[in-house]
Design a binder for this molecule. Structure first.
Ligand code: ACO
Length: 441
């Protein structure tokens, strides 16, 4: 009968070790017993960027990249996008199960009643320069919330954690929309508690002089679906930032400022902006074959294609593509949509892309939708941060409650100088002697 173990022979010493395998993994700490001499530190694993290291157990999001599967708490993303709404999905992600009707009403009321921010947050925002990037403003203001709610430090108190979850999910759209309006010099629009989560966000973004803002139902639904699709994606860069910083037991507002900062990077939250730039450079459907040829010759990448985890069609991209068509029916088509469709059509039958398993990812169509709805490109990562807040909070709480977790503190392989003795400045090569000094007078 095969044993669930891994046998390792250390050829330096001739010793053999038997390491247990559980859940297709071995514990890195089991390798520490492997030493070439008594007193050695023991073997560590070297894994820059954590390409093959599981850092936690998580029951939130399941991805099977080969089979195009993305489930939140077991529910397929397709079913959630079609039948649920973002607030319910946020409840599911944070609490683990779908709410009962009574639980849903309570949750909706709790989130709706936390959408306002303290007036001093507005003053704080006013301090940013007029052209400040809204993502920079968001990093600062989310972190600043920790000073408004000092009680949030009580992270082992479940009631306290719940309160901060409500605050964060409720206030992120407000902070995001205020950041946008600050950057274009428009007065802030206050939350409207009669509207849905997505509808209220559109209200705070785009309300002008009308007494009551009425979101277009197709655009409201599109934003809601986009929020659902972005709500969590297991241990990505910003979620890892949330967990690493949260592991120091800091309050969740401070940890989330780190997560937002991670999302600000072009390799994470900025890819859809790159897609738009690329479509603009291509310019027209007739130029698509020429562009594909360049990509195949190694001159640039087809942005919005390929994914580290999905090696078949990104399930979120399929939903977004359908959504994009509905949005363009309302907003009017864009020549860029035609270019995108033609790129996809050619790439999906081209050997270069097929053999490398390169398919459209979530960013291929999302930027086009945001553009047609009137969001400036600087808001794209902000639109990602709002729904991801639910995932960040759920992942943070999972970390706080996991008895196996400790403060995050990776190892390194030191490659610097060996020990050397300090030499005072005056004795180092090139030091000035008294004779070099100019004589007074
Ligand atoms: N266009 C053309 N060729 C590509 C692309 C692309 N978009 N992506 C990968 N390839 C090629 C590579 O050149 C490489 O070819 P080779 O084997 O001949 O050298 C092969 O496919 C494998 O590429 P890797 O870079 O090893 O794949 P990896 O999994 O590391 O990269 C990534 C994934 C970063 C997403 C990549 O596909 C890419 O750069 N895509 C474009 C940017 C993008 O759309 N990013 C958004 C991702 S989704 C998100 O973050 C929310």
């Amino acid at each position: 009968m095969p044993k669930d173990t891994l046998t390792i022979r250390d050829n330096r010493t001739g010793k053999t070790y038997e390491i247990p395998i559980q859940d297709e993994s071995i514990r890195a700490m089991d390798l520490r017993q492997i030493k070439s001499a008594e007193g050695d530190f023991g073997i560590v694993t070297y894994d820059p960027a954590l390409l093959n290291t599981a850092v936690c157990r998580s029951s939130i999001t399941f991805i099977d990249g080969d089979k195009s599967v993305l489930n939140y708490r077991g529910y397929p993303i397709e079913q959630l996008a079609e039948q649920s709404n973002f607030l319910e999905v946020a409840y599911l992600i944070v609490n683990g199960n779908l709410p009962s009707p009574k639980q849903y009403m309570k949750w909706e009321s709790e989130i709706t009643h936390h959408t306002m921010v303290h007036e001093n947050v507005k003053k704080f925002m006013d301090g940013f320069w007029h052209d400040a990037h809204p993502m920079g403003i968001l990093v600062g203001t989310v972190g600043a919330l920790s000073t408004f709610y000092p009680g949030a430090k009580d992270i082992f108190n479940p009631d306290c954690r719940r309160r901060q979850s409500h605050r964060l999910i409720a206030k992120m759209p407000t902070l995001a929309a205020f950041a946008y309006r600050h950057s274009c010099g428009m007065p802030y629009a206050y939350p409207d508690n009669d509207l849905s989560y997505a509808g209220n966000f559109l209200n705070m973004m785009f309300k002008m002089t009308e007494v009551k803002y009425k979101p277009d139902p197709v655009l409201e639904k599109a934003i809601d679906v986009l929020f659902i699709l972005h709500a969590d994606h297991e241990q990505n860069c910003s979620t890892s930032a949330m967990r690493v910083v949260g592991s120091s037991q800091v309050d969740p507002f401070s940890a989330m400022a780190a997560a937002v900062a991670a999302l600000y990077g072009p390799l994470h939250g900025g890819a859809n902006e790159e897609v738009l730039k690329m479509l603009g450079e291509i310019g027209s459907v007739s130029k698509v074959p020429e562009f594909i040829k360049k990509v195949k010759n190694g001159e640039g990448r087809l942005m919005g294609f390929g994914h580290r985890v999905y090696k078949s069609y990104d399930p979120r991209a399929r939903i977004i593509k359908h959504m994009a068509e509905q949005v363009f029916d309302v907003q009017g088509s864009s020549p860029m949509l035609e270019v995108a469709r033609e790129l996809e059509r050619i790439a999906l039958q081209d050997d270069y892309f097929v053999t490398r398993r390169l398919y459209p990812n979530i960013d291929f169509y999302s930027g086009l939708i945001y553009q047609s709805m009137g969001f400036p490109t600087s808001m794209y990562p902000v639109l990602f941060a709002i729904p991801r807040t639910a995932g960040w909070i759920a992942q943070w709480e999972e970390l706080i409650l996991d008895p196996e977790q400790k403060i995050s503190r990776p190892r390194q392989l030191y490659s610097g100088a060996a020990r050397r003795e300090y030499v005072p400045l005056a004795q180092r090569a090139g030091a000035r002697t008294p004779a070099d000094s100019p004589r007074p007078g």
